[in-house]
Design a protein around this ligand. Structure first.
Ligand code: SAH
Ligand code: SF4
Length: 379
């Protein structure tokens, strides 16, 4: 039987739940109870909605309503504590979501990049150590596959299969939190929308998921980062959002010639359009624009290229994250020498731009940037 996604509860916001409750002839406050159970308690089945009366639960079941958490099909655990999850949806499509614990039992903090951590702990928050890790990041997918076709990225080889719904985006986070017994209001959880897909080509669902993650799951937007390959009109829309994650832009090249070669999307929105959007982006206090730069040996990693990057981002309150290319089969690039990455970083830092080298996580299980969707059976 074809799955009926209109019966899925996960992904509905308070307004939609209020409509559902009203149609069922239940009192309005039940919508809040449902919202809390779905996002705050992360229940897995309609039968577990124990704050609701049995009659209402039975009515939901009779209508064919389901919670709609994705199913964890497979789990790959790295030597560094990173876990790559293969999650499937009722239509048999699947995506990957990555759990990256840090501190103590997880990776030791070594001063390298911590994506959405600019904010530090919230005021008055005294983190209690309930786990072997002290904080963690979840790398979330926004689409099944990706249409953008960056030449260095493994996900690109799939093409795009479909967008994820808001419920499927939130569901990845819920499922990973549950599996690790993590509780956002107690544990320090960061989200990075850097898994499969281009979030800004699934903009409405992505933004709805952000609101549900903030209001329902309880992760502040300041602890989230979204990465885009440079969908300029959506960067402009995003700038106007009242609640929004931090912005990261995949720059990846020092000039149009190289960028068009490795990121065909540059033909549509070239560097001058992209940098103008970045320049006009209204930063909140303590915010910066992050530029990601995948270093491809012999392609974009020369010191001359670093000086070009400095020129490009001049005048923007920015930081740069350098990512040494993570290899994948059938992708014809080379990882640069570490010495080259350090020399490149030095040029940027001396030019006044804070520049970090992103530590690869879970390379051994193909969980690092651009390596997702390596091991999927028939897709
Ligand atoms: N689609 C979005 C977000 C996901 S990719 C985007 O492209 O921004 C997250 C980051 O990984 C991007 O900066 C991308 O350029 C980088 N990346 C892709 N493939 C990579 C690879 N093989 N090695 C290292 N980084 C890669
Ligand atoms: Fe898509 Fe990002 Fe990979 Fe480019 S780097 S193909 S935008 S997932």
């Amino acid at each position: 039987m074809k799955p009926d996604s209109s019966k899925t509860l996960l992904g509905l916001d308070l307004k939609e739940l209020s409509q559902l409750v009203e149609q069922a002839g239940e009192p309005t406050y039940r919508a809040r109870q449902l919202f809390q159970a779905l996002y705050g308690e992360r229940v897995e089945a309609v039968d577990d909605l124990t704050t609701l009366p049995t009659t209402f639960r039975e009515a939901l079941t009779a209508e064919g309503r389901v919670i709609g958490l994705p199913k964890i099909e497979n789990k790959f655990v790295s030597t560094d504590g990173t876990v790559r999850y293969l999650m499937s949806f009722p239509d048999a499509q699947s995506v990957e979501t990555v759990w990256m614990p840090e501190g103590d039992g997880g990776e030791a903090g070594d001063g390298s990049e911590d994506e959405a951590a600019g904010d530090g702990a919230m005021a008055g928050e005294a983190p209690t150590q309930r786990h072997s890790w002290s904080r963690a990041s979840i790398c979330v997918s926004s689409q099944v596959g990706c249409a953008v076709d960056c030449q260095f990225c493994l996900t690109a080889l799939l093409g795009v299969k479909r967008n994820l719904s808001a419920g499927e985006i939130v569901g990845q986070v819920s499922a990973v939190l549950k599996d690790n017994q993590a509780v956002p209001r107690q544990d320090r959880i960061n989200l990075v929308f850097m898994g499969q897909g281009e979030p800004f080509l699934n903009y409405d669902n992505f933004m709805k998921s952000v609101r549900l993650l903030v209001e329902g799951i309880g992760i502040p937007a300041s602890r989230m980062t979204v990465s885009t390959s440079g969908i300029v009109p959506r960067i402009q829309d995003f700038a106007a959002e009242p609640i929004r994650p931090r912005l990261a832009i995949s720059l990846n090249a020092p000039n149009d010639e190289i960028r068009t070669r490795i990121m065909p999307i540059n033909r549509k929105w070239n560097l001058s359009m992209l940098m103008e959007a970045a320049r006009e982006y209204p930063l909140k206090s303590r915010e910066v624009v992050t530029f990601e730069y995948v270093m491809l040996g012999g392609v974009n990693d020369s010191l001359e290229n670093a000086r070009e990057v400095l020129q490009l981002i001049r005048g923007i309150k920015a930081k740069v994250n350098l990512i040494a290319w993570n290899p994948g089969p059938e992708v014809p690039f080379q990882t640069p020498e570490q010495s080259q990455v350090l020399a490149f970083q030095k040029v940027l830092i001396e030019g006044g731009v804070p520049t970090f080298i992103r530590r690869p996580r879970g390379r051994d299980i193909f969980a690092a940037c651009g390596q997702l969707k390596r091991t999927v059976s028939a897709s």
